[in-house]
Design a protein around this ligand. Structure first.
Ligand SMILES: [Zn+2]
Length: 252
């Protein structure tokens, strides 16, 4: 099973003297692991390719018996050089990539996920530095694109477009958003439902409808930022089983 495909490198490790393993994301097959035998020595086959966050056109080959994949050569497409120039940019890229890797998407929806990760890495690398909200925007958008997170600007009950008058409520377990009227009827106004104000709905909509490089210019007040963070972080923990703890993402 030989194939050639674009790939974003999520993680790189060495084993034995000159061999390298890479975990990478491909648009057609999702997240894969492959070996680059002699990768730390072979400038001819892998010239500058085998670094984290590079985008590379790789030729993959299956081992005899199909137990593992290895790379026969690579053509470098993009190095996202800005990430290595500033630790804060690299931190944002690492945060996005770590989350992406743990959610471990299969081939279904992988083309869209690949584009999202690719755009997010480019946004983190180039132009204005990404702000603190960027990683949570990435988590929200990936969960939304893959059909988990619902639109936080449409009432799941009556279909009204938010913001409406009054406070909307988000049912974390059911993944449903209630406008103030529907929340009052269903009882969602009380209990463990999370508040989702009008500005939070507008922020969520902008994140889902705009490209990652445009997230850097999104303005939101502290209440909206906190609500958006709470909804996304807790939703992702509950429904995707991944959370940020002790300085890194963990399976919960
Ligand atoms: Zn409603």
């Amino acid at each position: 099973m030989d194939f050639t495909d674009r790939a974003l490198i999520l993680r790189v490790g060495r084993f034995r003297e000159s061999d390298i393993w890479v975990r990478l994301m491909t648009p057609s097959r999702g997240v894969l692991q492959a070996f680059a035998f002699g990768g730390s020595r072979s400038r001819r086959r892998f010239c500058g390719c085998l670094d984290t966050f590079n985008q590379v056109l790789f030729t993959f080959r299956g081992s005899r018996g199909g137990r593992y994949l290895y790379l026969t050569e690579g053509t470098l497409l993009d190095v996202h050089a800005g990430l290595r120039a500033e630790p804060s940019r690299l931190g944002v890229a690492r945060n996005c990539a770590d989350f992406f890797e743990l959610v471990s998407l299969g081939p279904a929806g992988s083309g869209r996920a690949y584009d999202l990760l690719s755009e997010a890495l480019a946004a983190a690398s180039d132009g204005v530095a990404p702000a603190g909200l960027f990683p949570i925007c990435f988590r929200a958008r990936l969960a939304f694109d893959q059909g988990f997170l619902p639109p936080l600007w449409i009432c799941s009950e009556c279909g009204a477009e938010l913001p409406c008058p009054g406070a909307a409520r988000f049912d974390l377990r059911g993944g449903r958003l209630y406008c103030a009227d529907c929340a009052a009827v269903s009882g969602a106004a009380r209990g463990a439902y999370l508040p989702c104000g009008g500005e939070t709905s507008r922020l969520a909509r902008a994140v889902m409808e705009r490209e990652p490089r445009e997230w850097k210019a999104l303005a939101a007040g502290p209440d909206a930022r906190r609500e958006f963070f709470d909804i996304v972080d807790r939703f992702v923990r509950f429904h995707l089983g991944v959370g940020y703890e002790d300085g890194g993402f963990r399976r919960l």
